[in-house]
Design a binder for this molecule. Structure first.
Ligand code: SF4
Ligand code: SF4
Length: 441
């Protein structure tokens, strides 16, 4: 694509980066077919190619964002299906991240939208605040129907709908410390404790630590970890995202200095995509660029890490059918497609992949709160495809997808690591019965 940026504009490294990305796009439109918003809404401006044109026009003309571009960029899920499809290697993720930061700097949203976004950024990345908000949400649940009738309050009703009926207690294993491996030491990793996941399902990391320990891997929960920053990054709050990234880079660098790390294990693929991008996000900061690149290189999804270990034979023989839902951040963001399915199969599960596996479930960070209507359409489409597999259980590797799919599916939705842990001798995952775990003879 031809671009017309001035030399003065290109002196801004963010603009220069976006210009490089724009020049790679050859307008072919292959990406439109796999874009969930284009598939759902049928509008070119809600396709990757349409958004790329809008972003180009805004940046080239040095214009502040306007209502039209905000509407179409806000509808983008950042699912990155377009990056998987694009034959020209267009880095849509970095382009849309730049556009979102530009929108945040130059566009004044309506008051309620500003308040909703400020509240999400204030609450979600902080487990104590999020836990308190979920308790409050219980009081608001009876008013969901009322809020839903008022268009401006739809995000609030979406939030209340997603809030779980009960909130698990905080996990003592999330506190900073070292969990020693059993038997011969096979590795040493740090684990990201995370924010929303640690409140909604602390058992995911507990299970991960227990499984890794049984396999002989020492797990460090470093002092001073923060939210990965993805939630605020996707809202265009670049300074807050970079502050989280720096805090984590500091925490993991200390852990590396204190005993070395083979990996930084992440159990939410949305966080993994963000952390693997720290090297890029902090490339312009001389104090952090090298450390951030090192952290990104060490970041591994739990299934990626487990695939590199020589796993023993599973203790149990499940044989049950599992529908594997590949989160967008897993398959498009991190290009991890094979490992989770192979691990489940090796553990004795029969793995089925739902149709249209490339399409997002509509969770996408805060998307299911900020764009509840499109999100619900995508969720229902996803659940229909999952249920058509005839599976007993759904496995996936991202807490956002677990919450989203479980809000409409009739079958249990669990993190992949919980099924693996059970097959290798761990306890039965909560919410899944023995009958669902073991196939009838
Ligand atoms: S990130 Fe997803 S929703 Fe956004 S343009 Fe790409 S495919 Fe479409
Ligand atoms: S597939 Fe790639 S090159 Fe083709 S229009 Fe989409 S982003 Fe541009």
């Amino acid at each position: 694509m031809q671009t017309n940026f001035s030399l003065a504009q290109l002196a801004d490294p963010h603009v220069a980066e976006s210009e490089k990305i724009l020049r790679k796009c050859v307008h072919c439109g292959f990406c439109t077919a796999t874009c969930p918003t284009y598939v759902t809404l049928g509008n070119e401006l809600d396709s990757p190619r349409g958004r790329i044109y809008l972003i180009k026009d805004m940046l080239e003309n040095g214009r502040p964002a306007d209502k039209e571009i905000v509407t179409h960029i806000d509808r983008c899920l950042s699912c990155l299906a377009c990056m998987t499809t694009c034959p020209s290697g267009v880095n849509y993720m970095h382009l849309v991240d730049h556009a979102r930061a530009h929108i945040e700097e130059t566009y004044k949203r309506p008051l309620l939208d500003r308040l909703t976004r400020a509240m999400l950024a204030f609450v979600l990345p902080y487990p104590a605040r999020f836990r308190a908000a979920l308790k409050l949400a219980k009081l608001g649940k009876p008013f969901i129907g009322l809020f839903e009738r008022l268009p401006a309050l739809k995000p609030l009703s979406a939030m209340l709908r997603l809030a779980p009926a009960s909130i698990p207690s905080a996990s003592p294993m999330a506190s900073p410390g070292i969990h020693a491996g059993q038997g011969t030491k096979r590795g040493r990793v740090a684990i990201l404790t995370g924010c929303a996941q640690s409140v909604l399902d602390p058992a995911i990391n507990e299970t991960t630590i227990a499984l890794l320990n049984r396999l002989g891997v020492e797990v460090v929960v470093p002092q001073g970890e923060a939210c990965c920053g993805a939630l605020v990054h996707h809202m265009g709050r670049e300074a807050a995202a970079l502050a989280s990234a720096r805090q984590n880079v500091d925490a993991w660098t200390r852990a590396i200095d204190q005993g070395g790390l083979d990996a930084i294990v992440i159990t939410a693929s949305g966080c993994g995509t963000a952390i693997k991008d720290y090297g890029f996000m902090l490339r312009l900061d001389p104090a952090y660029a090298d450390k951030a690149a090192k952290v990104s290189a060490l970041a591994k999804d739990i299934t990626e890490y487990l695939s590199g270990l020589d796993l023993p034979e599973p203790v149990r023989k499940p044989g049950t059918v599992v529908a594997y839902h590949s989160a967008c951040s897993m398959q498009h963001g991190q290009k991890i497609t094979r490992q989770p399915k192979e691990l489940l199969a090796k553990a004795g599960f029969v793995v089925r992949e739902p149709r249209e596996g490339h399409l997002c479930c509509g969770s996408a960070g805060t998307y299911n709160i900020l764009q509840p209507e499109i999100s619900a359409k995508l969720r229902d489409r996803k659940v229909k495809n999952i249920e058509a597999t005839g599976a007993e259980i759904v496995a996936t590797g991202n807490i956002g997808c677990i919450t989203q799919i479980a809000s409409a599916a009739k079958l249990p939705v669990v993190h992949t690591v919980k099924l693996l842990d059970w097959a290798y001798g761990g306890p039965r995952p909560d919410g899944v019965s023995e009958a669902e775990l073991v196939a009838a003879e």
